[in-house]
Ligand binder design. Structure first.
Ligand code: NAP
Length: 248
């Protein structure tokens, strides 16, 4: 498929998990893709190698999205290599679950820095380089509909993403730039494996409650992002699409 032909994309946090799946999908749909990572260059290089082996074009660029100078270097690297920027996927994020009694400044700052400040910096730096037909896609979460216990900081950070998506759709719409969010439900990723969510009681409860009777896979999310990035979604902005198998 070539629905993203001639477009250039940055996917933050694309060394693994949902971001890696999105990078692979956008490349398979014809975009040239910058695979961003924070620390794990080896994993990002593997994603790039997979994309190239499938006939796509990609490059890995390390940048901590919580630092504006690194975000500037990321965006400039994309434009230097590929000449333009059309698609920005704000995917990088972390989740730490804890009871409200366990709230610390550190837990708050880590999650809000990566999940909120990061997307703001990336959108802010990228916006100057985006034009008509460009698209920003924020990866939120269905936690803003499900409200899981012991997730106040994380859910708060994703609530900010829902709101920021609406604001940026209004702010950038007059320039022909669309801004949407995809809010996944529980997805099997390196992150949810490492956090012990996969295989937990929450996982079992989720499968029981979910209309489609299962948790999600990365491949359930990536095509939604590719659709939003494509011209098929030219009349769609400010939307939050739940990619959760109906779990809300
Ligand atoms: P993951 O497997 O833990 O991967 C996280 C990615 O983010 C990695 O590529 C990591 O890079 C990168 N990253 C972390 N901090 C960064 C920083 N400061 N700058 C740049 N990159 C950074 O995560 P995931 O489960 O795929 O989740 C991805 C997104 O989906 C997150 O926003 C998450 O909140 C959201 N989400 C996930 C689920 C789920 O169930 N998995 C559900 C709803 C929403 P390194 O490898 O280099 O550290």
């Amino acid at each position: 498929m070539n629905k993203l032909k001639d477009k250039v994309a940055i996917v933050t946090g694309a060394s693994k998990g949902i971001g890696a799946g999105i990078a692979r999908q956008l490349a398979a749909d014809g975009a040239r893709v910058v695979v961003n990572y924070a620390a794990n260059q080896h994993a990002a290089d593997r994603v790039v190698a997979d994309i190239e082996a499938a006939g796509g074009v990609a490059m890995a660029v390390g940048a901590d999205i919580t630092r504006r100078t690194e975000v500037e270097a990321l965006v400039h690297a994309a434009i230097r290599a590929f000449g333009r920027l059309d698609i920005v996927v704000n995917n990088a994020g972390i989740y730490q679950f804890a009871r409200i009694e366990e709230t610390t400044e550190e837990r708050y700052r880590q999650q809000f820095d990566i999940n909120v400040l990061g997307p703001l910096l990336v959108a802010g730096v990228a916006a100057a380089h985006l034009g008509k037909g460009a698209s920003i896609i924020n990866i939120g979460s269905n936690v803003t509909r499900v409200f899981p216990a012991e997730s106040a900081i994380y859910t708060g950070s994703k609530g900010a993403i829902d709101a920021i998506t609406g604001v940026l759709a209004r702010e950038l719409g007059p320039r022909g730039i669309r801004v949407n969010a995809v809010n996944p439900g529980l997805i099997d990723t390196e992150g949810t494996q490492a956090a012990g969510v996969i295989g937990s009681d929450f996982h079992a409860w989720y499968e029981q409650q979910s209309p489609l009777g299962r948790i999600g896979q990365v491949q359930d999310i990536a095509p939604i992002v590719s659709y939003l990035a494509s011209d098929d979604a030219r009349w769609v902005t400010g939307e939050i699409i739940l990619g959760s198998g109906g779990m809300r």
